[in-house]
Design a protein around this ligand. Structure first.
Ligand SMILES: [Zn+2]
Length: 327
């Protein structure tokens, strides 16, 4: 009798997680210096004014992913923080929190990928001398992210959330008062939010919710409250499904969903496992679809495994939602 409970995760030798590549570039000033903006944002404000600051920020993102046991990690492409010279005018000072700026920089970069160090295999993130940032959603036909050096610790992770199709937990940008609660993302696992709400406002707004549910809003990366440290399951599912699909070039490895209520095929048509809706039934089938040591098989519930089955390809098994039981 074999029975494994994945309450945490099992990592096969040499395996990792889904790896998302970041190509982060600082647009240098006309005299060659890094952007620097001390007008940072909120309680977790950070000035992204050096290579060290950028590396520390990526390390922080991955410390959150690791602590929460999320199945993806972020890597600097070629372990490099790039710089862009000779483009200060006008890009160094254009408001990073602007679709016009995002479009201008992306268009310039696509016209001259060498100068702008644009990499099709990575999320292209440009830092200039301004403040806050702007994203690209997969449905918008854009893929650049612009960020001002005047930032906060969670800013790049927040914009990456949008890159993988996440919406804000609130609707609109707020009016300075916590009085317009709305469901910004349509997800049942995040409560309706207000961009201006404090933790105290949220706790008072939802007296009937558990503290965990309130905290999932208070600390949500896709909110405007700080500090932030989490994506809920529904957000992670959307991110993984988009990594498997529209944003596949920027991610190495795929997530395959496997659940005790899944199916390997319906009316003779094979399911892909690449979305939760297409979740698979058997571990053998999920493993057969894995081609990379960065693949993660996301296991929900109790899975029957054939006696004597041998799995030799490197990949990761990880629980999804409840405990994963293999027997
Ligand atoms: Zn946003």
């Amino acid at each position: 009798m074999k029975r494994f409970i994945l309450s945490l995760l099992l990592v096969a030798p040499a395996a990792a997680e889904i790896q998302v590549r970041l190509s982060i570039k600082a647009i240098l000033s006309s005299n060659g210096s890094w952007p620097s903006n001390t007008n940072t944002i909120g309680s977790t404000g950070v000035n992204l004014n050096s290579e060290t600051a950028v590396r520390d920020n990526v390390d922080w993102m991955n410390s959150v992913m690791r602590e929460k046991r999320y199945p993806f990690r972020f890597f600097l492409r070629e372990d490099t923080v790039y710089t862009i010279s000779g483009q200060a005018d006008p890009y160094y000072t254009m408001d990073a929190r602007s679709s016009a700026t995002r479009n201008a920089i992306e268009d310039a970069a696509l016209d001259d990928k060498t100068t702008w160090k644009w990499h099709d295999d990575s999320i292209n993130i440009y830092i200039n001398d301004t403040r806050s940032g702007y994203c690209s959603r997969p449905t918008g036909g854009r893929s650049a992210i612009t960020v001002g050096a005047g930032a906060y610790e969670e800013l790049i992770l927040h914009e990456i959330g949008h890159f993988f199709n996440l919406s804000h937990t609130h609707s609109g940008d707020g009016d300075g008062n916590a009085d317009d609660w709305a469901d910004g993302d349509g997800l049942s696992e995040t409560l309706p939010d207000d961009a201006d709400a404090s933790a105290a406002d949220i706790n008072a707004q939802y007296p009937g919710s558990t503290q965990e549910t309130r905290d999932n809003l208070i600390f949500n990366v896709m909110s405007y409250h700080q500090p932030q440290d989490r994506f809920v399951w529904q957000q992670r599912q959307e991110m993984i499904e988009v990594m498997n699909d529209e944003r596949d070039p920027q991610a190495s490895g795929e997530g395959f969903f496997l659940a005790d209520d899944g199916a390997d095929s319906i009316f003779g048509v094979q399911l892909s496992g690449r979305t939760y809706a297409q979740r698979l039934k058997t571990l053998e089938n999920a493993v057969s679809k894995s081609t990379s040591s960065n693949d993660v098989i996301l296991i929900d519930g109790t899975i029957e495994v054939t006696d004597g089955a041998v799995f030799s390809t490197p990949h990761v098994w990880m629980k999804w939602r409840d405990d994963a039981i293999l027997r």
